[in-house]
Every structure is written in structure tokens, then in C-alpha cells.
Design a protein. Structure first.
Length: 94
């Protein structure tokens, strides 16, 4: 398996950003990103998502690892946090 820190790894991966940030293909983009992220996360513990936006990745990661993982999502934008509050998974503000 190639290391995501190597450029060669990313040259073999379709650009997940286009799918994730497209409203037309939101779920498929999330699945594509999770497939790239999840193998490198610990099986339990805590993860910090900095610049989490509305939680498009933080919520699915939390759901995938529940209850073994706590996901902290930090988003400085009050607008993005407000939109994130309406997601079906519980949202709390620190």
C-alpha cells in the first residue's frame, strides 16, 4: 500500500474534492474520502477534524467508529457551524 504522504499515492487517486464538495454527488464523495481516510485512523480513541465545515466528514467518521471513537470537529465559521447543527447526528458546541 502506498503512503498518503507520497505524491505517487495521490496521482493514482481521482480527485475526491470535486465529488465531496459537489452538491450533486455528496454521498459518493464522502464515501470516496472515507475510503482514503479510515484505513489510517486508529480503531478507537479521538480524532480532531480542524476546519470541519458542516461536518461532512466528521459525522460519517463518528458513525463509522461509534462508540469506540470520539470525533471533535472544530470550525471557526459561525455560518458553517449553524448549518452543521441541522445534521441528523448530535451537535454540541464547546
Amino acid at each position: 500500500m502506498l503512503d498518503p504522504a507520497d505524491l505517487e499515492y495521490w496521482e493514482q487517486v481521482d480527485d475526491p474534492r470535486a465529488a465531496v464538495w459537489s452538491d450533486d454527488n455528496w454521498e459518493e464523495g464522502i464515501e470516496l474520502c472515507l475510503a482514503q481516510i479510515v484505513p489510517y485512523l486508529p480503531d478507537s480513541g479521538m480524532v480532531l477534524d480542524v476546519g470541519a465545515g458542516i461536518g461532512r466528514l466528521a459525522y460519517p467518521i463518528a458513525e463509522h467508529f461509534r462508540p469506540r471513537m470520539i470525533v471533535h470537529a472544530y470550525e471557526p465559521s459561525t455560518t458553517m457551524r449553524e448549518v452543521g447543527r441541522h445534521h441528523p447526528v448530535a451537535y454540541t458546541e464547546a
